[in-house]
Ligand binder design. Structure first.
Ligand code: SF4
Ligand code: SF4
Length: 152
């Protein structure tokens, strides 16, 4: 009798303990490591492997004859393209990967050159604004009177 009671007590204690114990939490997955920025060499290789300039309407047979392979965003202008007939750079994986925002590198210069030109333009604009702010407002010139004929 006593043994039965003890057995029931132990069994109940086990059940209560099992229900009360929360399931062990699943270990959180470690965050994915941040993507390392590419070295210049890796960027050049990525451009070489992914450039789609050859599918562009501005591409010319002269470029094929010259053995051009594109990648103008990295290497800059080429002599074999002189007319801008469309640019597929916005659809190129390089644009997305390297966060580029221009196009027509074959006729206008590399992405680095575009960036430098843009920064220079911004600088000139700021300098121009600063000069204008520092100057007193000019008085409006009186309107030029029409001279009457005869001169006397
Ligand atoms: S962004 Fe333009 S120039 Fe650069 S790799 Fe792509 S297609 Fe070629
Ligand atoms: S840089 Fe742009 S316009 Fe020039 S060939 Fe490449 S895709 Fe065409």
């Amino acid at each position: 009798m006593f043994r039965n009671a003890l057995f029931v007590f132990l069994a109940s204690a086990l059940i209560v303990g099992f229900v009360a114990c929360p399931a062990p939490e699943q270990a959180e997955e470690p965050p994915e490591p941040a993507e390392e920025p590419m070295t210049e060499e890796q960027q050049l290789q990525f451009v070489k492997d992914n450039c789609i300039c050859k599918t562009c309407p501005s591409w010319t047979p002269a470029c094929d004859e010259k053995g051009e392979t594109g990648g103008f965003c990295a290497i800059g202008k080429t002599e074999c393209i002189t007319e801008e007939k469309g640019c597929v750079c916005p659809e190129c994986p390089v644009t997305k990967k390297l966060d580029l925002k221009w196009g027509y590198y074959c006729t206008r210069g590399s992405a680095k050159e575009m960036m430098a030109a843009e920064l220079e333009k911004e600088k000139m604009e700021k300098e121009g604004e600063a000069k204008t702010e520092g100057q007193p407002a000019r008085e409006a010139k009186p309107p030029v009177k029409k001279s009457k004929g005869g001169g006397s």
